[in-house]
Design a binder for this molecule. Structure first.
Ligand code: SAH
Ligand code: SF4
Length: 379
């Protein structure tokens, strides 16, 4: 059976063509699947009966299964999603006034092994399929819509626009869940395509952010294929320190990474790159390193996003003190770099940045170096 969630518009047009159908059928299918959240072909009323019958015989619309659902005190929601064979990934919804951000996973685990990241500690199993990536957006919208419907006021009490709003809970997507999105490039691009497509989710490029630890050649390809907003995990101002925190730096050192960022900018939907910088106590949070960071990024139009480290069992790191984070920020701000401190959301359910662990059956055998991955599993 073909899972139609695996197809973007181009693929669906091809698929419809193979079935002797006109290209506009692909547009209708996309709308039924992604905008109305339908999985049953029998419900897709403007498709010819014969076509619906043929679809039933060869295709399905199959989102991944939800394993569990947690809600944090601050309203952050986390779902564990089955990826088969004992694997699971996580997605997190962060509600804020006027917008809802979904943090989406791209891989089961991650092979890049950043030392402060729970996912990185778990090793790597496999890339998620397009259906599993876009399926997270599909699922979150359905699940949250169902919640909103429960809370809807009687028809007379709300405007049509208000109802529309209630139907599209996910307004922003950040590829900041488990995995390195650029290491699953083709599936990522196909899923991004659906996020942006007017027939599917219709999100603007600036509302979709890819976060990467810095795979330089893939960054260049993203610029050519689908230049959405970009966040780069920098975490250190020099190669000696970054080699330790983000091991892929040995392959793509800071200078090459920053050059790729400069190449990306002309195609980017925003005129700056966001650099993420996790604040690790006594590791990368001194004023001297802040000053070094200013020198390193001064030629790249950028914003700095400081992420207070989120702990997980056995990490070996501590979060920087609030005062150290403020001092670090002040150095950057005084140099004219817009700097924000990321608010920690959902840490009571281990849903904050870097705490996503899911269930990863490591195929790289790296976890043995840290003991079993049970310790880092979802509580
Ligand atoms: N693989 C991508 C995206 C996923 S991680 C990347 O590395 O960019 C999203 C962000 O959370 C990254 O900036 C990552 O470095 C950061 N992060 C990872 N572990 C963290 C932790 N324990 N505390 C705070 N941030 C963390
Ligand atoms: Fe992978 Fe990103 Fe975690 Fe590094 S921080 S191990 S790249 S998910």
């Amino acid at each position: 059976m073909i899972n139609l969630l695996d197809f973007n518009k181009t693929e669906l047009v091809r698929f419809c063509g193979e079935m002797g159908e006109k290209p506009f059928r692909a547009q209708q299918l996309l709308r039924w699947i992604h905008q109305f959240g339908k999985t049953e072909f029998t419900e897709m009323s403007d498709l010819a009966k014969v076509f619906r019958q043929k679809l039933t015989e060869c295709a399905v619309v199959q989102p991944p299964e939800i394993v569990s659902d947690y809600t944090a005190e601050d309203g952050t929601r986390k779902w564990l999603i089955s990826a088969g064979s004992g694997n699971a990934v996580e997605m997190v919804f962060i509600p804020e006034p006027g917008r809802g951000t979904l943090c989406v996973s791209s891989q089961v685990g991650c092979a890049l092994a950043c030392s402060f990241c729970s996912t990185g500690r778990q090793g790597f199993n496999r890339n998620l399929s397009v259906a599993e990536i876009i399926g997270q957006v599909w699922l979150a919208n359905r699940l949250l819509e169902a919640d909103n419907q429960d809370r809807l006021l009687p028809d007379t009490a709300q405007t049509q626009a208000g109802k529309q709003e209630a139907r599209r809970p996910v307004t922003n997507v950040v590829m900041m869940g488990m995995g390195e999105p650029l290491a699953n490039f083709e599936h990522l691009v196909m899923a991004l395509d659906l996020m942006l497509s007017d027939d599917a989710y219709g999100l603007s490029r600036r509302r979709v952010t890819v976060s990467t630890s810095g795979l330089v050649p893939a960054l260049d390809r993203l610029r050519e294929r689908c230049p959405v907003a970009l966040a780069v995990s920098l975490h250190a101002p020099n190669d000696a320190l970054r080699d330790v925190l983000v091991p892929i730096n040995k392959k793509y050192p800071i200078r090459e990474l920053l050059a790729a960022c400069e190449r990306y900018l002309p195609a980017a939907p925003r005129d700056f790159i966001t650099f993420e910088y996790v604040m690790l106590k006594s590791v990368n949070d001194s004023v001297v390193l802040a000053q070094e960071l200013v020198q390193v990024v001064k030629n790249v139009p950028c914003k700095l996003n400081l992420i207070p480290f989120n702990g997980f069992p056995g990490s070996g790191y501590e979060r920087s003190d609030t005062q150290a984070i403020h001092n670090f920020r002040d150095v950057l701000m005084q140099a004219g770099i817009v700097t924000t401190i990321r608010r920690t959301r959902g840490d009571d359910i281990a849903a904050a940045c870097g705490q996503l662990a899911g269930q990863v059956r490591d195929k790289t055998r790296r976890t043995s170096a840290y003991g079993t991955n049970q310790t880092a599993m979802v509580k």
